[in-house]
Design a protein around this ligand. Structure first.
Ligand SMILES: *[C@@H]1O[C@H](CO)[C@@H](O)[C@H](O)[C@H]1NC(C)=O
Ligand SMILES: *[C@@H]1O[C@H](CO)[C@@H](O)[C@H](O)[C@H]1NC(C)=O
Ligand SMILES: *[C@@H]1O[C@H](CO)[C@@H](O)[C@H](O)[C@H]1NC(C)=O
Ligand SMILES: *[C@@H]1O[C@H](CO)[C@@H](O)[C@H](O)[C@H]1NC(C)=O
Ligand SMILES: *[C@@H]1O[C@H](CO)[C@@H](O)[C@H](O)[C@H]1NC(C)=O
Ligand SMILES: *[C@@H]1O[C@H](CO)[C@@H](O)[C@H](O)[C@H]1NC(C)=O
Ligand SMILES: *[C@@H]1O[C@H](CO)[C@@H](O)[C@H](O)[C@H]1NC(C)=O
Ligand SMILES: *[C@@H]1O[C@H](CO)[C@@H](O)[C@H](O)[C@H]1NC(C)=O
Ligand SMILES: *[C@@H]1O[C@H](CO)[C@@H](O)[C@H](O)[C@H]1NC(C)=O
Ligand SMILES: *[C@@H]1O[C@H](CO)[C@@H](O)[C@H](O)[C@H]1NC(C)=O
Ligand SMILES: *[C@@H]1O[C@H](CO)[C@@H](O)[C@H](O)[C@H]1NC(C)=O
Ligand SMILES: *[C@@H]1O[C@H](CO)[C@@H](O)[C@H](O)[C@H]1NC(C)=O
Length: 452
């Protein structure tokens, strides 16, 4: 207890504005001058919102600030961080204004009315055997986390300065040798109801960047994601955001440089708005994959994707659903046979630059054999989907084809529409689309027969 007491302090605003006077042996050094402007930014869904008003987040107690002091040994700051959250929970602000390292699991799912200012850098120890054993484990896709946030009414903000560094290179190297290695997700919201995440930079996650699970009424805004391997071992599965069992989520105004889904709506994602993203190098904005687990029922409903700039991606707008039979796909990714539905999904305003497919809708995800896929139609239906207002140029990969909409039977897909799509292949030939088991009269695009 004595140890912890010397680690974090509660400061009054008067002291904050005089931060320069604090001695360096206290919780802050010269850097903490930033403490004088740790006001929470005003983050609102804009211009679209998922229907209902988000709850008001009252201002925090102006005398309750907990600066996290970095540990002297620079080995593990998890205990200091936990103590700061315990102290400033219920109305305070936790401030990270130095460089920290997380080397043991940090469970922050008990939060209540707390703000989190990340103005410095939070990094992670890359001891793979340690994390493989000690990370928080989730059943869904064997995912895991090194830390996680949950609770009620939490605003996490970086004001453009804060950096979360996954230190992923060791993981990329290890995964290249062992493709079933369980790698942790960089930033996990698990059971967070009401709040925001904004103004943060995140880099080099071991696996996905962000997982929003069991959560509701969250706005994510002004985030920069960047991943880069420094050698030939690729950074795999670096999804920007995955939503799961979550409702009323807004992702907006962010810049993403990654190598897998820019955003992915996983099972039970409802009332989601994604707007104002610039994605580069990704696999597009994706519904799914869904129908992966045979005894589960997956729902993706009421999703609006608006005003997206998509470059150098495999896909622009994507909906991927597994077939009706078990399908081995990759060493750590297989599935099929699960049931459920995708309903009321809109893609509105998507600029394509050098993407292989402008749109890819498939009920044969993971399957390379169309005959086999059609023999066991997907147990998931897709209905009331509209793709509209898309322009730009695809890559030359499938030129002159620019998109593909493949359902497993005419009855598993209904009311799939495409309007005002002017995407062109780079050759300048008339754009062609693969359409299979979809009602062509609702598609204002040049459908050609499926090649098998
Ligand atoms: C990694 O963690 C394990 C415990 O899980 C420990 O035995 C080992 O010494 C650590 N390796 C390094 C390089 O710190
Ligand atoms: C988790 O990983 C194990 C071992 O790689 C695999 O057998 C299992 O199917 C995976 N589970 C899920 C839910 O993906
Ligand atoms: C979500 O909630 C369920 C039920 O409480 C729990 O089992 C699971 O671990 C939570 N998180 C994720 C990512 O599934
Ligand atoms: C579209 O998103 C960009 C950011 O990528 C933003 O600057 C622009 O204002 C947005 N346009 C509309 C109409 O919302
Ligand atoms: C976009 O991604 C490509 C790889 O697909 C990369 O070469 C390029 O540097 C990225 N652009 C930016 C601005 O980072
Ligand atoms: C999704 O929600 C439905 C309806 O509440 C439920 O039956 C189903 O089990 C949920 N699926 C998952 C994967 O959580
Ligand atoms: C479809 O989803 C949009 C939001 O994306 C919502 O405004 C609309 O009410 C939904 N339609 C129905 C019929 O639920
Ligand atoms: C797409 O990739 C090319 C080549 O790698 C790169 O020059 C360009 O900047 C990328 N586009 C964006 C928007 O980053
Ligand atoms: C595809 O599946 C069908 C039906 O099961 C089978 O007859 C055929 O040999 C498969 N084709 C390939 C290339 O595996
Ligand atoms: C899934 O579909 C297959 C055929 O496509 C069918 O045999 C199976 O019963 C379905 N399973 C469920 C749970 O609906
Ligand atoms: C068609 O989409 C373009 C963007 O490619 C947009 O500028 C235009 O307003 C749209 N037209 C209609 C009639 O919605
Ligand atoms: C295709 O859509 C048109 C226009 O809504 C409708 O008249 C027709 O019945 C649909 N065809 C099928 C096979 O559903």
């Amino acid at each position: 207890m004595q140890l912890y007491r010397s680690i974090t302090f509660v400061f009054t605003p008067a002291i904050l504005t005089l931060a320069g006077l604090a001695s360096s042996s206290d919780a802050f050094d010269g850097q903490s001058r930033r403490g004088s402007h740790v006001d929470r930014p005003n983050i609102k869904p804009h211009p679209l919102h998922p229907g209902k008003q988000f709850p008001h987040s009252p201002p925090r107690d102006a005398s309750k600030y907990c600066f996290v002091k970095p540990s002297c040994s620079h080995i593990d700051d998890s205990p200091n961080i936990l103590e700061a959250f315990q102290r400033c929970n219920h109305g305070g602000t936790v401030v990270f204004d130095a460089t920290y390292i997380i080397a043991s699991p940090l469970d922050l799912t008990f939060l209540d009315r707390v703000d989190v200012a990340i103005l410095g850098t939070i990094g992670f120890n890359n001891n793979i055997s340690y994390w493989t054993e000690h990370s928080f484990k989730y059943e869904y896709q064997n995912s895991s986390a090194m830390w996680r946030f949950g609770g009620k009414d939490v605003n996490i903000y970086g004001l453009g300065d804060g950096l979360i560094d996954g230190n992923g290179q060791a993981w990329y190297d290890a995964f290249a040798a062992n493709p079933s290695l369980q790698r942790p997700i960089l930033f996990v919201l698990d059971g967070l109801h009401g709040g925001s995440v904004s103004g943060l930079q995140m880099k080099n996650p071991p696996m996905w960047f962000n997982f929003i699970a069991n959560s509701s009424e969250i706005v994510v805004s002004d985030i920069k994601l960047n991943v880069e391997s420094t050698n030939g071992n690729p950074a795999k599965n670096t999804d920007g955001w995955d939503t799961y069992r979550s409702d009323s989520i807004v992702l907006q105004d962010s810049i993403i440089n990654n190598g897998d889904d820019c955003v992915s709506f996983k099972p039970n994602s409802t009332n989601i708005v994604v707007q104002g993203l610039q994605c580069n190098g990704s696999h597009g904005i994706s519904v799914g994959s869904l129908g992966q687990y045979i005894n589960e029922f997956d729902i993706v409903e009421n999703v609006y994707v608006y005003n997206i700039s998509m470059s150098n991606a495999s896909d622009g707008a994507r909906i991927k659903v597994w077939p009706g039979s078990y399908t081995p796909f990759q060493p750590s990714l297989s599935g099929g046979g699960g049931s459920g539905y995708v309903m009321n999904v809109t893609y509105d305003g998507l600029y394509n630059s050098n993407n292989d497919w402008a749109i890819e809708l498939t009920q044969c995800y993971g399957s390379t054999n169309l005959t086999l896929c059609n023999e066991y139609p997907s147990n998931m239906t897709i209905s009331n989907v509209i793709f509209k207002n898309m322009w730009g140029t695809t890559s030359k990969k499938y030129d002159p084809k620019v998109g593909t909409l493949v359902c497993s039977t005419p009855s598993t897909c209904s009311n799939i529409r495409a309007q005002n799509i002017t995407v062109q292949p780079p050759s300048g030939k008339p754009a062609q689309w693969i359409c299979n088991n979809v009602n062509n009269t609702l598609l204002d695009i040049n459908c050609v027969a499926q090649e098998s």
